[in-house]
Design a protein. Structure first.
Lengths: 249, 957
């Protein structure tokens, strides 16, 4: 059963071609949201063994290939705001929902009973339970920033997008074919994660793109090679015998 | 609902200090607590972005490791016990005043002040100078002085705050040995734009992390061999004629004729015309070229002359000469790509390919900007031309004992490609370029240190010749760290890493008081950490500590705090005034000088006090001339007052801040003090920037307009051209002294060979000193460290958010190594050097050169330090590689012991360490080794919560 596609679908497009894995998106998300509408974001054992806390966004780093042809990939991951979110229909209380107006998938804490069905249904592992509040938490696309008219227009973006030093995180409406995110997906080979699950993730990733250069041998030899300036052209002695002394025809 | 419009919210701007990057930030407060820290879009450094550290400032501010009151070690306790009583500031000042005034009255050099990554060196240096001690430095000797000195002595500027790659216009960018750097956000912003513009990015690094991850090509290299690679690249570029001849002729000393008369005291020096005047801190234009048209020697830059870069010539007086470039060509003759392959592990084919790509890109993708400018020889140019190949490098090149010459080679490579202060290449940032070397000098005699007198000179400087060395008539060092002595003459940043060892040994002399600010010298900011900790706690037979008094100023309960006799609680960056001064390392951009300030956005926590205020108060109490009026009364109310009113000399108009000078703020760089200067900065998002006219933004070494401007605004005393030192006469002067050929100061005989060897006027490659001294078959691997982006230069081991990203570290090794030595991914292993061993967990990685092992640095902590729980990962699973790195080399054949440093600059050679790695199957407990007794929390430490649920405005009620 297909859900009715929302008119607008806000999403992140993450450019793996420029992400250096700095974690700015991770902590800027945390600092915005811990005092935001999603309530606090717990940290357990913050100063002890195996510190662990809620994060709406994490960066995974992995290697691909064998030395020396190794790629190191930094892979930021948060809720993908699927167009067919499997976390929504499984929610027994209706706490997990997808907004019609902009496609953001949210959790209503007043309804959430912390049963975790949604996190089991999510194939991307994007949801994290808060053990203290007993509610499920996840990326809200900073819904309390992006519509805040008190903020200058250019700052009405998720905290991670604002912070990202490499501008690897683009934010916009993937249903608008002219939006920056749609153009990037179309032109830079944007792809969705695990399309075989038919979740239609709204967030997309842009792949690594390698710039290569090959030098033609001709380019290494030039008429104006500065070495020519250093060559001594030795002239023979004027008095040395020459052909024109002895030939007359 | 709107957050930001809440009447209880307010936004203040200031400058970040989670690392050395100095981004502009906006701090939103809710009911006095920090709600949000974000990048300031109006700020030139970060343009609105912010990194992981910057966004975690909240957790630094409210850390349980905060020190809140001055602490005094309890009687009958040992250093390291961290058993303190709280005392008042008044008492702390009384203790310091009594002790330091006695030292100053007798022998001021017995007080040493060493600081970390504090960005406060203009003030700390001024304090040390006025106190009269030569024993002052920040952590540059440990960090990257090779990079600063190697480049400054070659091109008159350097990476970091002083210059960098112009990625906006570059086409090819080569990053060497960098994981993260000072300019962390600007580098990220620029690299991303560069890649999106289709630029090609090559990373040369033994490890593929961070920036290297997004490189178009990763070239793994063996640590410590970068010099060999640079020399082979130069070889190939010269061989094919891919160098920028015109640039070399006009703007460098490549065509200058070098005296080859081995008998002469001028051997290896440039020939000079009759103009004898050589006073002042600049290169006089009195050298010679060999003109190819007239086939004779002419004064450099003679109009219409076209000098030879190659060949050998004889002057009228019979002296044989060669252009400097000919000597460079001869030097690199044998440094073939095949030769370098055997050393670096990079194939000759790849080296050639990269050299060709550099040369062809520089030559064929020229940029020409329609900007007219006039050079120092009066020639007018309609355009600024750029060769769009740029570089960045850092500690990977620097932290080796052969780093200085490797970085000279890099600077020369950048130069022969014609990329210095040109679009798309390397560009300077004010106050650089500076003369080669810059003018600041230390004193050159022990007599400069006198009781109750300021030091007669600067504690740090740039020696230009042997007579500039800070040594006695016997050639012995005046400084405790032996900086500016014959052992490491060009140690422009001092040698922090040898201070404790030297003071403990009493070599060259014992000291009384060591004051450490924001430097973890008992842990990660030292080498040979275990022994250094013992030295700090070691006593003479009379029961007195070998280093009698230790003062530590820090905001947090670090490992070093445990060793202090007196602890001074510092503020965080959000609680104080600060300046990023033109006298120190300002935030200048390529386009012009800029500096910035911090202003307090929250009140100080407990009784912590900015270290600047401590220095001003202490300076006043000690009657240090700069801090008191003639009648001995306190001259400056506090630090902000000092910043407003201090001038380098009475009436000089030069102060710590360059913006809004003059009574009404109408002047910049130079002008009388402005009582409203702080407010004017604060109103302008806490920074000041002067954008230079376009015609002054390039070619600044030789740009008459810029040099005149710079002279007028007193950035420089002279408006003379700064020719690039492809060939270094400065180095040759030291070599001639070592050879006994000049009547300058002479090295002690046992150091002659050392100076003669390493002070080569042209770059050369030698194996790192530790590798030369030890059994490489027994210790076949190089061990290095990197700092992760989320921790680089951060003081945040205790940061609740950041430590979740890196709570403990692993040793990363090639799977091939595991297979060979029979251990698996995740196993506990021993990492053993000739100096000691550590036990840790390993992870297999395909992203590391197979003869290299590496780990994240400074993640491992001592148990209990930083007020972390004693079972915290940092101490139980984390480890510090510093334990297997020595601050000294093994004794040589003559039983002499030298610092494990670059013999030219004293740069700590901590990437030289060689190790072997094997399975730890003798282990009883799954924890790293070594372990130390748990450090106790500071008295009345802020509560260490088991569960944190931070909500601004609510959490701390």
């Amino acid at each position: 059963m297909d859900m009715k596609p929302s008119k607008k679908q806000l999403a992140l497009v993450i450019d793996l071609n420029v992400c250096v894995g700095c974690h700015a998106c991770v902590t800027s998300c945390k600092e915005w949201n811990t005092s935001g509408i999603s309530g606090y974001m717990s940290d357990d054992n913050p100063y002890g063994e195996d510190p662990t806390g809620n994060f709406f966004n994490r960066v995974q780093t992995f290697e691909v290939g064998e030395y020396p042809n190794t790629e190191t990939v930094h892979f930021p991951k948060s809720c993908l705001h699927c167009e067919e979110p499997p976390c929504v229909p499984v929610c027994p209380t209706g706490a997990s929902y997808k907004r019609e107006e902009d496609g953001i998938v949210l959790v209503d804490y007043d309804k959430c009973i912390g049963c975790r069905y949604c996190s089991w249904a999510c194939p991307y592992g994007a949801r994290e339970i808060d053990e203290h509040q007993k509610v499920m938490k996840k990326c809200t696309l900073c819904v309390d920033r992006i519509y805040d008219e008190e903020l200058p227009k250019e700052e009405r973006k998720p905290a991670c997008v604002m912070a990202c030093p490499t501008n690897a995180r683009l934010f916009g409406d993937v249903h608008d074919p002219d939006s920056n995110v749609s153009v990037a997906i179309r032109e830079e080979g944007g792809y969705a994660l695990m399309p075989e699950w038919n979740t239609k993730p709204a967030n997309h990733y842009l792949p690594r793109r390698r710039t290569q250069r090959s030098i033609n041998d001709d380019e290494l030899v030039r008429a104006d090679n500065p070495l020519n300036k250093e060559i001594e052209v030795s002239k023979p002695n004027f008095d040395e015998p020459s052909l024109d002394d002895s030939t007359s025809w | 609902m709107s957050e930001t419009s809440s009447p209880k919210s307010e936004v203040k701007t200031t400058t970040c200090y989670m690392c050395a990057c100095r981004c502009g930030i906006k701090v939103t407060l809710r009911e006095g607590e920090i709600r949000y820290i974000e990048g300031n879009p109006a700020h030139p450094v970060n343009k609105g972005v912010l990194c992981a550290k910057g966004a975690s400032g909240i957790m630094k501010q409210y850390s349980p490791a905060r020190l809140t009151k001055p602490l005094l070690r309890k009687p009958n306790t040992d250093r390291g016990d961290a058993d303190f009583e709280e005392i008042s500031w008044e008492r702390a000042f009384d203790i310091m005043e009594e002790r330091l005034s006695n030292i100053r009255k007798t022998d001021p050099k017995k007080f040493a002040l060493f600081t970390g990554r504090d960005q406060m060196q203009a003030l700390t240096g001024l304090f040390a100078k006025n106190y009269g001690t030569p024993n002052y430095a920040a952590h540059g000797g440990f960090c990257s002085v090779n990079m600063a000195a190697g480049m400054i002595y070659t091109i008159g500027g350097s990476f970091w705050e002083f210059g960098g790659p112009d990625l906006e216009r570059s086409k090819l960018f080569i990053m060497i040995g960098t994981a993260e750097d000072h300019s962390s956000n600007p580098m990220k912003v620029a690299l991303s734009k560069f890649k999106r513009n289709g630029g090609r990015f090559i990373s040369i690094n033994p490890v593929r992390t961070g920036y290297s991850a997004i490189a178009d090509e990763w070239v793994p290299i063996k640590p410590g061999t970068d010099g060999a690679l640079m020399l082979a690249l130069i070889h190939e570029i010269i061989k094919l004629g891919l160098y920028d001849r015109e640039f070399l002729v006009q703007y460098t000393n490549s065509a200058q004729l070098v005296n080859l008369d081995e008998e002469s005291s001028e051997y290896g020096m440039f020939l000079r015309t009759e103009i004898p005047e050589e006073e002042g801190c600049f290169d006089p234009q009195n050298k010679l070229w060999w003109d190819r048209t007239s086939n004779r020697a002419v004064v450099t830059h003679t109009e219409d002359a076209d000098p030879r870069l190659m060949g050998e010539f004889t002057l009228d007086d019979g002296v044989n000469v060669k252009p400097a470039f000919q000597l460079l060509k001869e030097r690199v003759e044998d440094y073939t790509p095949e030769w370098a392959e055997g050393i670096t592990g990079i194939s000759a084919e790849d080296i050639r390919r990269i050299a060709h790509e550099m040369g062809v890109t520089a030559r064929d993708q020229k940029i020409e900007l329609p900007i007219s400018w006039t050079d120092t020889w009066g020639k007018e140019h309609d355009t600024v031309v750029g060769n769009p190949v740029s570089f960045h490098a850092m500690r990977g090149l620097a932290a080796h004992s052969n780093g200085f010459q490797a970085i000279r080679a890099l600077s020369i490579l950048m130069t022969i490609l014609g990329t210095i202060d040109r679009p798309g290449g390397f560009r300077h940032k004010a106050p650089f370029p500076r003369p080669i070397p810059p003018c600041a000098k230390t004193p050159n005699t022990p007599h400069a240190v006198q009781p109750n007198m300021p030091l007669d000179g600067m504690p740090l400087g740039f020696p230009a010749e042997p007579d500039d060395l800070f040594v006695g008539d016997d050639g012995k060092p005046v400084r405790i760290d032996k900086a500016f002595s014959w052992e490491h003459p060009l140690s422009a940043h001092g040698l922090m890493h040898n201070v404790i060892t030297n003071a403990w040994k009493g070599d060259p002399y014992p000291i009384d008081t060591l004051m450490i600010f924001m430097s973890n010298m008992a842990w990660n900011s030292t080498m040979n950490t275990q022994d250094v900790r013992k030295m700090l706690n070691d006593k003479n037979e009379d029961g007195e500590y070998k280093i009698p008094f230790l003062i530590v100023a820090d905001a947090f309960n670090s490992e070093t705090v445990a060793y202090a006799d007196l602890v001074l609680p510092d503020t965080t960056y959000l609680e104080r005034h600060d300046v990023m001064s033109m006298l120190d390392r300002p935030i200048s951009e390529f386009e012009g000088p800029a500096d910035s300030i911090r202003v307090p956005v929250v009140p100080p926590f407990g009784e912590c006090k900015p270290f600047q205020e401590v220095l001003i108060e202490l300076g006043s109490r000690l009657d240090l001339p700069v801090f008191v009026n003639k009648d001995g009364s306190k001259k400056y109310r506090d630090y902000p007052d000092f910043i407003t009113n201090y001038e380098t000399e009475p009436g000089s108009g030069i102060g710590f801040l360059a913006g809004w000078r003059g009574k009404g703020g109408e002047k910049f760089m130079r002008g009388e003090p402005n009582p409203n200067q702080w407010e004017m900065y604060a109103k302008n998002d806490c920074f000041y920037m002067h954008e230079l006219p376009k015609s002054y933004q390039y070619m600044r070494n030789w740009n008459q307009g810029y040099l005149n401007w710079s002279q007028k605004h007193r950035l420089m005393r002279y408006a003379e051209p700064i020719l690039i030192h492809v060939y270094s006469e400065v180095l040759q002067k030291f070599r001639l002294a070592a050879q006994g050929k000049t009547d300058s100061k002479q090295p002690p005989d046992h150091l002659r060979e050392r100076v003669d060897t390493y002070f080569d006027p042209l770059p050369f490659y030698y194996e790192p000193l530790e590798a030369q001294a030890i059994d490489k078959h027994k210790y076949p691997l190089n061990a290095i460290t990197q700092r992760p982006m989320a921790m680089y230069h951060a003081w945040d081991s205790q940061n609740a958010w950041l430590r979740q990203i890196h709570a403990h570290n692993y040793l990363y090794v090639s799977p091939q190594l595991g297979k060979k030595n029979s251990f698996e991914d995740g196993d506990w292993v021993w990492v053993e050097s000739v100096w000691g061993k550590v036990r840790c967990m390993c992870r297999f990685s395909e992203a590391v050169e197979p003869n290299t092992v590496w780990t994240w640095n400074a993640i491992g902590k001592a148990k209990g330090a930083w007020n972390l729980a004693s079972n915290a990962n940092e101490s139980n699973k984390g480890f510090l590689l510093n334990h297997v790195i020595s601050e000294e080399l093994p004794p040589n054949s003559k039983n002499e012991v030298f610092s494990n440093s670059d013999p030219v600059t004293g740069q700590a050679a901590w990437y030289d360490v060689r190790v072997r790695v094997y399975k730890a199957d003798d282990q009883t407990t799954p924890e790293t080794f070594p372990q130390f007794n748990a450090m106790q929390p500071q008295p009345n430490a802020p509560k260490r919560r088991n569960w944190l649920a931070y909500v601004a405005g609510k959490s701390r009620k």
